[in-house]
Design a protein around this ligand. Structure first.
Ligand code: XMP
Length: 325
């Protein structure tokens, strides 16, 4: 539509005006907001933008590839991918407490991102310094936080190439006037992959907070397979727009007895947590059609050897949160 087109034109002009000949960086998370913000800035300033994607090894099946391949192909964006899965899993080793997991994942993320950022800053020519940080702040975030524009003062713990201790970036926030549905329209206008533009919310700590118990590589593989099946069947049933999100949770420390063919099994349960919501502050469990639930259950127990039971979470929020951790 012409309105979406004019939003793009207007923002591209504003970004060029703001950034000039300097450079910008942007952290991509795989989510809609950072992807659309990055695509807009790329449209405006091309290779003056470098994006950083930290692969923490906690993404769902195919999501990292969506960013590394499809997003780059669609936008031509200059992307630095940091494969930090080993580092995150090492740091998470032996940890079962949810808050502890969140803290560790958040801390490692900042460290890895800052290191990548410092390398990009150090590599920039002195007449085109990296002076801007792109963020996918939406209008509701602006209203909630009181509305000021700002600078991000990012402390660098890593001494790369004699950088100053504190790097100050000016923020570029091209989505500040937009609501989520408008952001999706802008993303579509910019030719981003459907899987990214229409993506449901997914927590920053990823699958790390959907494994009840310690997070290990093997458990992540199990959950990734079960989650991919649930998503596939929900999409095939045309339910993506009806549900807010559907976490699949692996109860890694729980086992139950089952039977497969002639043999006894002793596997793990997964929990399906489909919810409907307006804003994630409150939510209700989604009344999914029984035949869809049946297909998901049959496929997961047939295709994922470690899982022998599929259960459904029928708790609203409150009292239950959407995520289990
Ligand atoms: P809860 O579990 O609090 O989740 O009902 C509400 C919404 O927030 C998402 N969520 C997170 N998103 N970092 C994020 O970026 C987090 O640490 C986090 N924890 C929960 C959750 O998926 C749901 O959409």
């Amino acid at each position: 539509s012409w309105t979406t087109e004019s939003i793009v034109d207007e923002q591209v002009a504003a970004i060029r005006e703001q950034v000039g000949s300097k450079r910008a960086i942007c952290a991509l998370s795989g989510g809609v907001d950072s992807a659309v913000a990055a695509a807009l800035v790329q449209r405006a300033i091309g290779d003056q933008l470098t994006c950083v994607y930290v692969d923490h090894g906690l993404m769902r099946k195919g999501e990292t590839e969506q960013v590394e391949k499809d997003f780059v192909a669609a936008t031509g964006v200059q992307l630095k991918v940091v494969d930090a899965a080993d580092r995150f899993l090492d740091a998470l080793s032996g940890v079962s407490d949810p808050e502890q997991k969140r803290k560790i994942i958040g801390r490692e993320f900042i460290r890895v991102f800052e290191q990548a950022q410092a390398e990009i800053v150090a590599g920039a020519p002195s007449d085109e310094p990296v002076a801007f940080l792109v963020q996918g702040t939406l209008y509701p975030d602006v209203v909630e936080s009181g509305g000021g524009t700002g600078t991000a003062n990012i402390k660098s713990h890593h001494n790369v190439g004699g950088l100053p201790e504190d790097l100050e970036f000016e923020l570029v926030e091209p989505l500040r006037k937009l609501f989520k549905d408008e952001v999706r329209m802008v993303g579509q206008e910019l030719g981003l992959p459907e899987e990214i533009v229409q993506r449901q919310p997914f927590p920053g700590p990823g699958l790390g907070i959907r494994i009840v118990g310690e997070v290990t590589r093997e458990r992540l593989d199990v959950l990734r397979e079960a989650d991919a099946i649930a998503r596939e069947e929900l999409t095939a049933a045309g339910l993506d727009r009806d549900i807010w999100q559907c976490p699949v949770v692996l109860l890694a420390d729980v086992r139950s007895v089952g039977v497969q063919g002639d043999a006894r099994t002793y596997g793990h349960p997964v929990v399906l947590r489909p919810v409907s919501s307006e804003d994630a502050m409150t939510a209700d469990w989604s009344r999914l059609p029984y035949d869809v639930l049946a297909r998901i259950s049959t496929r997961i127990t047939n295709e994922v050897a470690e899982v022998n039971r599929v259960t459904l979470d029928v708790t609203s929020k409150p009292p239950g949160t959407i995520e289990w951790e």
